[in-house]
Design a binder for this molecule. Structure first.
Ligand code: S3P
Length: 446
């Protein structure tokens, strides 16, 4: 896929130092916008991620009647004037989820409960990603969903209506699927429960109660929602903590560049997002938690990262959903470690913004890494440094681009990372923040 934007990233010129506040959590920013749009009253949000994915969610709800007022130039603070649970209006045009699987899949649950017809499109990457995982359960609840490949591929056409609650056993460990079904459950008659094969991020369950909708945790893998018929804008500001998925790029960079010492400020440390830390601790990374606190319904902490010699390990399959977005940069950590790193049971990586197993294997191999592709993961033998002087392709996937910029800090020459513009979907300030701690990365001038 050619989406443009080329990064030039080269070896770090010295130790990485300083402290960084990364932008707000992408998953929570989506959910705050969605729940705010469906609530009675005005929801105030701070720490919102000003990324293209979250703007796509905002635009879709604006097209259905919610009003969004930005309160600062950076678009991290905003008010959402909600329409009430039953107040969305039929959009006059197609809804565009852009590059965002989270936007598309969660909104499918909401659209399934509407008494109108909607059509949702996205970019080429999103059009290649599986949607049956959400189309099937909302159909079982009573919505009509159609699309390419029998509704497995976008564009999707959704005609919502009266839904019935259900006990859904999800075949895939996916917070997007769980959240889609819970959101559809808000509009259903009776209770809806979701059971997952492995525990996934629980931001929807944590955030709904702030809007007055209880969610019962039945056991580690099951949650249940009895719709109360209304969401209410919280009295308090909804605060979004800093995104651990963005922080991990700097945690790996600081671990691999000798002498580095970087403090990552106020990062979300929800155990369901903390898999990256468990994997890195398994690799003997030097991570220290400081200033542990709570922001809204979520735990946060400052995380100090010091350079160390990373070791290989076998990833515990239970940790995979909790680190699902971090594997591109964890592969980089593994490629620059001592010993053997083994990941299996991670076939979900093949259906992210790109096929993240194939794209990372190609990019790292081009830089001389010893990485073997497996259907459901990879085997990586670490080495002290990598070879630059090549052009790699991020395939329009933000996390591949940022992971390779981290890898370049330990190369002998710089690399070009093509099709990197998608960094704007989740982390528009990545290059500036990376430079602020001494990383060697910049945009190629066109
Ligand atoms: C997300 C869930 C994960 C993750 C994505 C965000 C969410 O996807 O990869 O970036 O906000 O619910 P899956 O649920 O498909 O694993």
């Amino acid at each position: 896929m050619n989406i443009g934007g080329t990064l030039i990233a080269g070896p770090a010129q010295g130790a990485l130092q300083g402290h960084i506040t990364v932008p707000g959590d992408k998953s929570m920013s989506h959910r705050s916008m969605m729940l705010g749009a469906l609530a009675d009253g005005i929801t105030r949000i701070e720490g919102f991620l000003p990324g293209d994915d979250n703007f796509a969610t905002a635009a879709m709800f604006e097209a259905m009647g919610a009003e969004v007022t930005w309160l600062n130039e950076e678009k991290t603070a905003l008010e959402v004037k909600g329409v009430g649970l039953y107040g969305l209006k039929e959009p006059e045009n197609v809804l565009d989820a852009g590059n965002s699987g989270t936007a598309a899949r969660l909104i499918t649950g909401i659209l399934a409960g509407q008494d109108f017809h909607s059509v949702m499109v996205g970019d080429a990457s999103l059009h290649s990603r599986p949607m049956a995982r959400v189309a099937d359960p909302v159909r079982a609840m009573g919505a009509k969903v159609d699309g390419r490949e029998g509704g497995n591929k976008m564009p999707l056409s959704i005609r919502g209506g009266k839904l019935k609650g259900m006990d859904f056993v999800s075949p895939v460990a996916s917070a997007q699927v769980k959240s889609c079904v819970l959101l559809a459950g808000l509009f259903a008659d009776g209770e809806t429960s979701v059971r997952e094969p492995k525990a996934t991020r629980d931001h929807t369950e944590r955030m709904l109660p702030l809007f007055g909708q209880a969610v019962e945790r039945v056991d580690a893998l099951t949650c249940r929602l009895k719709p109360c018929g209304q969401l209410t804008a919280p009295q308090d500001v909804v605060q979004i903590p800093a995104d651990p998925s963005s922080a991990t790029f700097f945690a790996v960079a600081a671990s691999i560049v000798e002498g580095s010492d970087v403090l990552l400020k106020s990062i979300g440390v929800n155990p369901r997002r903390d898999g990256w830390r468990r994997v890195m601790e398994g690799m003997q990374a030097d991570l220290t938690l400081e200033a542990e606190n709570t922001v809204g319904a979520e735990p946060v902490a400052d995380i100090r990262v010091k350079a160390t010699s990373l070791q290989g390990m076998k990833v515990n399959p239970q940790d995979i959903p909790d680190a699902i977005d971090e594997f591109p940069v964890l592969f980089v950590a593994a490629a620059l470690s001592e010993g053997k790193f083994v990941l299996d049971d991670a076939e979900e990586l093949r259906v992210k913004e790109s096929d993240r197993i194939a794209t990372m294997v190609a990019a790292l191999q081009a830089c001389g890494a010893d990485i073997e592709e497996k259907e459901d993961g990879a085997i990586i033998h670490g080495q002290p440094s990598l070879q630059g002087g090549v052009t790699v392709n991020a395939h329009g996937d933000h996390r591949i681009a940022m992971a390779m910029a981290v890898a370049a800090q330990k190369m002998d020459k710089d690399i070009r990372i093509e099709n990197a513009a998608a960094i704007a979907t989740s982390f528009p300030s990545f290059v500036d923040l990376a430079q602020s701690i001494g990383m060697n990365v910049r945009w190629e001038e066109t």
